[in-house]
Design a protein around this ligand. Structure first.
Ligand code: ADP
Ligand code: MG
Length: 324
């Protein structure tokens, strides 16, 4: 099958037709109409087989995840996703694989009214790159740099499940089938917090999505905002599956350092706290306050109201102290 046949058979078969797309797939470029009153946010993420997802991940999950990780970045900016382009490299043309991959891509696109407007199709080791664009009202985007000492730190959803799934994949140790299935779902089909991100536009002083682990991504906010933070470890939200896994201290480590959560981490001033909690109470997932920004320029952690020490993004002190 030739490249243009693959494009026609698979990538043009989408239901979303946005009014602001003047030219979609099929020309040298896509053309979208712009308005003066909006800002455009743009992001790109690549998934490489065996690096960003385990070999053997289903085609549908790869398609879903490639879109989800990009929409998660758009969500962290408080923007409404609008268009994506898709550069895919595949080792061979496999109709079943391609149509399942597309079903993963288009399911999320349809849910958020995002149109695939172009891309590139090449042969080689499996890799998927998506560029996503989104819109915010002029000047109203969120960034990593607005956090102030005294602001409260929040996360959406639960943390650590995807890291638990990955750990189990590398070295199977979980026994409860329900636990395995639930955390695997979180790894393969992350839910970008798109609507929550848009709701946060009015309230958050800074935001980021958690792709590299809570500590690492909070570190990015601290650095960009020139402040520090304290995290209350007991407050970190964990799923029922995680609690059922009975990992105890290891669960906190996974939540702090594991990646792939794709939850939002954001800061809110004391003045906006109640209004934010009210506005987000029906936005798709829980929001949990896990600590407070401060002027120290470092990240500290407390457990049972006592300080516990951490080392960079590692947690050796904590594990040895608490378990040894
Ligand atoms: P060109 O050679 O001009 O770059 P291509 O032959 O690569 O164009 O692609 C033809 C059209 O199909 C273009 O509009 C391109 O954006 C689109 N396209 C190619 N691959 C994909 C893909 N994987 N997903 C979506 N659109 C694609
Ligand atoms: Mg061209």
């Amino acid at each position: 099958m030739k490249e243009f046949e693959i494009i026609k058979q698979f990538f043009t078969q989408q239901a979303v037709r946005r009014k602001d797309v003047l030219l979609g797939i099929g020309d040298d470029c896509a053309v979208v109409s712009s308005t003066e009153k909006q800002d455009v946010v743009i992001t790109t993420d690549t998934l490489v087989a065996g690096v960003h997802f385990p070999l053997g991940t289903s085609a549908k999950a790869i398609g879903h995840k490639a879109v989800a990780v990009n929409l998660s970045d758009i969500a962290a900016m408080g923007a409404e996703p609008s268009w994506i382009s898709l550069a895919i490299t595949i080792p061979e043309v496999n109709d079943t694989w391609l149509s399942e991959f597309c079903s993963g891509v288009f399911e999320l696109c349809e849910y958020y009214n995002v149109q695939l407007v172009g891309g590139d199709t090449t042969q080689g080791p499996l890799s998927v790159t998506i560029t996503a664009q989104g819109l915010t009202p002029e000047g109203k985007y969120l960034s990593r740099s607005g956090a102030k000492a005294g602001d409260w730190i929040y996360v959406t959803g639960d943390l650590g499940d995807a890291a638990l799934a990955l750990q189990h994949h590398n070295e199977p140790f979980l026994t409860d089938a329900d636990v395995i299935e639930q955390v695997q779902q979180k790894l393969d089909y992350p839910k970008p917090r798109v609507l929550m991100g848009q709701s946060l536009r009015e309230y958050a002083s800074s935001a980021i999505d958690i792709s590299d682990g809570l500590l690492a991504d909070l570190g990015h906010i601290c650095q960009a905002s020139n402040v520090g933070a304290n995290i209350v470890l007991d407050a970190i939200p964990m799923s029922e599956a995680m609690n059922n896994s009975q990992l105890f201290d290891d669960a906190i480590l996974l939540a702090l350092n594991g990646g792939d959560d794709y939850e939002l981490l954001f800061t809110v001033s004391e003045d906006n706290k109640v209004a934010m909690e009210t506005a987000l109470s029906h936005a798709g997932a829980a929001v949990t306050c896990i600590g407070q920004m401060n002027a120290t320029r470092t990240i500290s952690t407390t457990l049972n109201n006592k300080p516990v020490s951490i080392n960079g993004s590692g947690f050796e002190h904590f594990s040895s102290k608490e378990t040894g």
